[in-house]
Design a protein around this ligand. Structure first.
Ligand SMILES: NC(=O)c1ccc[n+]([C@@H]2O[C@H](COP(=O)([O-])OP(=O)(O)OC[C@H]3O[C@@H](n4cnc5c(N)ncnc54)[C@H](O)[C@@H]3O)[C@@H](O)[C@H]2O)c1
Length: 305
């Protein structure tokens, strides 16, 4: 069944004005085009010198600036907030943390005060702390990673994404703007995901704390559209990913080898991703449409050397 059919109660984006921050970025450019194709009028808030194909209005500015965000919010009904420094090493610790948390606060607070009804925010799998954390041997409290997995944060990027979820909740509590935070895994083109797959097939260990998860950038844009159209009320934050891992090994086998001590709350079937996708399905009707094609293989001892 198509994603859209699953989400029976949709509001529709046709003719609605949506502000997209970070619209020139990897996820933002795919999202801007997709929303425009869905009939939305897109206001792109981009950094100077950037363009956003599909947007019928481009505002050059900084998401940390109240004035820039206020200018971009004219006539806007929905917000998609993607602008961020997207890795621990994308700047100084101060710049990464403050850019992300100030931008999210500023965009959501301005939007809510202006009466925007719904915002979709790019969260991250990193909000639980382990993938960019200080301890490469750290293990999650359990598998599958789910909405309630306890965070153990030791870097400023993950902290920014964790705190962004508090901001979303505050904004909903204070002004009643519904916010959906999509805790993205690694998002990229399928060609780049194939390259990642080759590396993780050779050595699966670096992918453990992300459950070897990924999402094609087209599916990230789809999820954003579904989240905008959904009737999910409140401040919701949840994981989403392709349903299968980026490695050719059975998930149970690779967890037996690399994380035997971590409790498993279910048995994973074949290459099932060890991430709970239930909330993404239930709340926004999301199922990934682009899945890496891999033949299942036995886990070779050299993959664990
Ligand atoms: N790509 C991934 O694997 C991934 C995974 C998890 C979460 N995310 C999140 O998704 C969002 C989008 O990521 P992406 O992969 O498209 O990244 P990207 O770097 O391609 O895009 C981010 C955009 O934000 C803009 N930006 C940064 N600081 C800004 C500021 N102060 N004012 C205005 N614009 C600013 C940048 O110019 C860029 O165009 C980010 O919030 C990121 O943390 C991405």
């Amino acid at each position: 069944m198509a994603n859209r059919d699953l989400n029976a109660a949709t509001t529709g984006l046709d003719g609605k004005r949506v502000m997209v921050t970070g619209a020139a970025g990897r996820i933002g450019s795919a999202t801007t085009l997709r929303l425009a194709e869905a009939g939305a009028q897109v206001t792109a808030l981009c950094q100077p010198g950037q363009d956003a194909p599909g947007a019928d209005r481009v505002v050059h500015g900084d998401t940390r600036s109240p004035d820039d965000v206020a200018a971009a919010l004219d006539d806007v009904e929905y917000v998609v907030h993607l602008a961020a420094l997207i890795h621990r090493d994308a700047g100084s610790a101060y710049d990464v943390y403050t850019t992300n948390v100030v931008s999210t606060f500023n965009v959501l607070e301005r939007a809510a005060r202006r009466g925007v009804r719904r915002a979709v925010v790019a969260g991250s799998i990193n909000r639980y702390g382990l993938p960019q954390g200080i301890d490469p041997d750290a293990r999650p409290a359990y598998f599958p990673l789910d909405t309630d997995i306890p965070p153990d944060v030791s870097d400023w990027y993950s902290l920014s994404k964790l705190n962004d979820e508090n901001t979303s909740r505050m904004v909903w509590r204070r002004w009643g703007m519904d916010v959906v935070t999509l805790r993205f895994p690694h998002v990229n083109s399928m060609a780049a995901i194939e390259e990642l797959s080759v590396r993780l097939t050779d050595d699966p260990r670096p992918g453990l704390t992300e459950g070897w998860s990924y999402l094609d950038v087209r599916d990230a844009a789809l999820a954003i559209e579904l989240a905008l159209e959904s009737t999910a009320a409140g401040a919701n934050a949840f994981y989403l990913a392709a349903p299968l891992t980026s490695i050719p090994y059975r998930t149970e086998d690779v967890l037996d080898a690399l994380a035997p001590e971590v409790p498993r709350r279910k048995r994973f079937v074949e290459r099932e991703v060890p991430i709970d996708l239930g909330d993404a399905q239930r709340l926004i009707g999301f199922h990934a449409e682009h899945v890496l094609q891999l033949e299942t293989r036995e886990l070779p001892p050299q993959a664990l050397r």
